[in-house]
Design a protein around this ligand. Structure first.
Ligand SMILES: Nc1ncnc2c1ncn2[C@@H]1O[C@H](COP(=O)(O)OP(=O)(O)O)[C@@H](O)[C@H]1O
Ligand SMILES: [Mg+2]
Length: 457
């Protein structure tokens, strides 16, 4: 199909116009005078991880308050009744150059507010903004350790975590590797009243058992050969007033489990080689991807410690059970690695679709690592062909397996299949129309919609 017949067929009606706006890589965002969002184009998906349907009708303040963008400018524009352009950061880490234009009526009252927002990264590629130093970015990024989610289960996890963060209870975080357990532990610390105190992690799977004890408890001067002459403070002591995160606690050796249980219960311990008890004021958060219950049964984990830890437990669901998080996470990592590697890679729609359906055994860590690799190795647009074979085939197979959830989806799917089949054989909208007994204009429209990828034929 050529561009000219695309345009003649188009007779710019409302539907066509809205479609065109969705092709804009810049975001277009319109508020009415009550600051309700009355229009936004598809770019809101890559900037905020939100579908337009979830945005339109909302009060803009509600989204700004939830941190979807920062800083907020609408109040300023309403007051000054003049256009403003500023730099904003979104919840996914996109840096936008946002221009807000108030549209006034004859009485000089604001009728509409029209916003366009473009990713700053693309300006940087044009070498504008060169002195806007990279170093200041970390410091001013208000979303540094935020947990991205659109999933109800995870939202509930965060709500619950916030609640228990305020209490000083010991917490056990369970979930597969890479689901965000460590991130959640930090979130709990930052939302509790110890947030100004230290947050220290010991990863029980990464440290040899012999070292783990001295790392945790520290030792007194001369307590063993090769030991530092003046002794060494352990993590438990250094974390005084803060939080100790025992990561992968399922890998902690049994003798240490007994000692840790004592620390949890009494908030006291004796350093290696010492004879005086030390008291500490710490909160303990533990995490594991192991089935501790099973380990207790096979005597690999102490039952008493398990019950002590298990008082408050939180489950992080695997990524495959939170499909709505995949696209926002992809864009978040894309922004991050584009920035780190000074690239400006985009990602194609079918690639996003395939990644959304892949089952992610390594969860968010696997997704993060993949996006970093793709940013480095792919061409300007990350395409479905850049994906590793395993992901490509499983993703596509999962898409084939999805049964439509609604009647509309089923009808859509059937329409698409019939049009593609017919167009493949008939190769013209006139013959497709005849074949499927529909009008030629309708056939042409459906062909445009469903057979885009063949339009060069
Ligand atoms: N919801 C999330 N939003 C953004 N990044 C996330 C999210 N969950 C996990 N990550 C990132 O994914 C990686 C793996 O998370 P991590 O907390 O280390 O998982 P786990 O401890 O369960 O193995 C980390 O780099 C983390 O920052
Ligand atoms: Mg971890």
């Amino acid at each position: 199909m050529t561009l000219s017949n695309f345009l003649t067929d188009l007779d710019l009606n409302m539907e066509a116009l809205l479609k065109i706006l969705d092709y804009s890589s810049d975001e277009i965002f319109v508020l009415n005078k009550d600051k309700k969002i009355i229009y936004v184009n598809d770019a809101c998906k890559k900037h905020y991880g939100l579908n337009k349907e979830d945005v339109i009708g909302k009060a803009s303040m509600e989204l700004a308050d939830k941190g979807y963008w920062y800083p907020s400018i609408f109040p300023d524009v309403l007051e000054r009744k003049e256009p403003i352009t500023i730099k904003q950061t979104t919840i996914l880490g996109a840096e936008l150059l946002t221009s807000v234009v108030p549209i006034l009526n004859d009485q000089k009252e604001v009728e509409l507010i029209v916003t366009t927002a473009r990713e700053l990264q693309s300006y940087k590629m044009l070498k504008v903004n060169e002195n806007d130093s990279k170093n200041s970015k970390e410091a001013e990024d208000p979303f540094g350790s935020s947990i991205i989610t659109n999933n109800e289960k995870v939202k509930n996890v965060l709500k619950f975590a916030k609640k228990v963060a305020a209490a000083n209870s010991t917490i056990l975080i369970l979930g597969e590797s890479g689901t965000g357990k460590s991130l959640l532990a930090q979130y709990i610390h930052e939302n509790g009243n110890r947030r100004t105190g230290p947050f220290l992690t010991i990863n029980c799977a990464a440290i040899p058992a012999e070292l783990m004890e001295s790392e945790l408890f520290g030792y007194t001067p001369g307590s063993f050969t090769n030991a530092n002459r003046s002794g060494k403070k352990g993590i438990l002591e250094c974390a005084n007033g803060g939080t100790v995160f025992l990561d992968e606690i399922g890998d902690m050796p049994l003798p240490l489990q007994a000692k840790i249980l004592q620390v949890i219960q009494e908030k006291k311990f004796i350093p290696i080689g010492g004879n005086k008890e030390k008291s500490v004021d710490i909160r303990i958060i533990a995490a594991t991807n192991k089935d501790l219950n099973k380990m207790v049964k096979s005597k690999m984990f102490r039952e008493d410690l398990y019950y002590r830890l298990n008082v408050v437990d939180i489950n992080m669901p695997p990524l495959r059970e939170r499909q709505e998080d995949i696209v926002p996470l992809i864009y978040n990592f894309l922004y991050k690695f584009n920035r780190n590697h000074e690239m400006n890679k985009l990602i194609s729609k079918d690639c996003l679709e395939c990644l959304t359906h892949y089952l992610w055994p390594g969860n968010i860590r696997q997704l993060e690592n993949l996006i970093e690799k793709l940013v480095i190795v792919s061409n300007d647009v990350i395409s479905i062909d850049d994906l590793p074979e395993g992901i490509y085939y499983q993703g596509l197979a999962q898409i084939e397996n999805t049964t439509p959830a609604t009647l509309n989806e089923a009808v859509e799917l059937a329409k698409k299949e019939m049009i593609r089949k017919s167009y493949k054989v008939n190769k013209s909208s006139r013959r497709v129309a005849k074949d499927l007994q529909i009008s030629q204009t309708y056939a042409a429209r459906l062909i445009r919609e469903y057979c885009q990828d063949w339009s060069e034929d």
